[in-house]
Design a protein around this ligand. Sequence first.
Ligand SMILES: [Zn+2]
Length: 76
Amino acid sequence: MKILLWIVFIAILLLGFRLLNIAKAKQRDNARRSSAMPPAEPMIRCACCGVYLPQKDAVPGPAGLTCGEPACIRPR
Ligand SMILES: [Zn+2]
């Protein structure tokens, strides 16, 4: 009768390990997802020299949004 208790004990132990592994895998999955998708920042292309830059760094120029270089802001 004692062996039955051991079997139940081991089964519970294995179940516990499995739940722990699932929780860990889920955590890893979440971490990977957040690192794979950084907060999206709108990028624009300089109308003059064609360089890509964040929209918040863009400077309005004669031909549209530019990178802010004096040569790009100045009308040619
Ligand atoms: Zn430019």
